[in-house]
Write a protein that binds this ligand. Sequence first.
Ligand SMILES: [Fe+2]
Ligand SMILES: [Fe+2]
Length: 270
Amino acid sequence: MRILFLGDVMGRAGRAAVSERLPALRRDWRIDFVVVNGENATSGMGLSGAHAKSLLEVGADCITLGDHAFDQKDMLQYIETDPRILRPLNYAKDAPGRGAAVFKAGNGRKVLVAQVLGQVFMKRPFADPFSAVDQVLKAHPRGGMVAASLIDMHCEATSEKMGMGHFCDGRASVVVGTHTHVPTADAQLLPGGTAFQSDAGMCGDYNSVIGMEKTEPMRRFVTGMPKNRFSPALGEATISGLYVETDDATGAATRVEMVRQGGRLTPCGP
Ligand SMILES: [Fe+2]
Ligand SMILES: [Fe+2]
């Protein structure tokens, strides 16, 4: 199976790049299943129902969220109406929606997607991500109940992401990090056949500070004083993520390539 994962879509520029490029990538790379992280797609903060719909219309099969899952208040209700949208497994005890789901790709093949929040350097304490993921993977063995499985590990620390990668090695097909908006250059197949990249990067304008128009973040860094609100940068976005091929019989990943297309970053892909 060919899986494409795209990192955090950042505001209007990110949405435009995804809708412009995803349909062609899906066709040209013969992608079977697409997962897009949408936690910043609406004004850089959360995801509205309308924008979720548009990401699904241009070719996402599943949208994951993150710590910004419910910044747009309509998502509190909208997530219950569309099972293709996932919030983190450990977001909160009473959070609406689901943190994991099984999807159908072509030829009846099943794909498990789950998202989880890390604990290191995060703004509030979240429940143990490792036991949450363990439970989901035990219930959905790779190559058994599902042909492939993908874990979106949403957190700050690369160490925690690598820990999750190795924790899932041999059990998930893909473990990919999100949240920092900066792609890491460590895409690899772990020894047990799990494709891994510490962070997928964002689909956003990289002439920015992690996707935000750079003036205000720089002012805060340099002077220590806030003046305006953050707003997403509006230059041409690079879409960033991960391309993975898996063996349908075993669920093991057999190939992994970093993806960057358009905008300012040097292009790469399969
Ligand atoms: Fe994000
Ligand atoms: Fe995040």
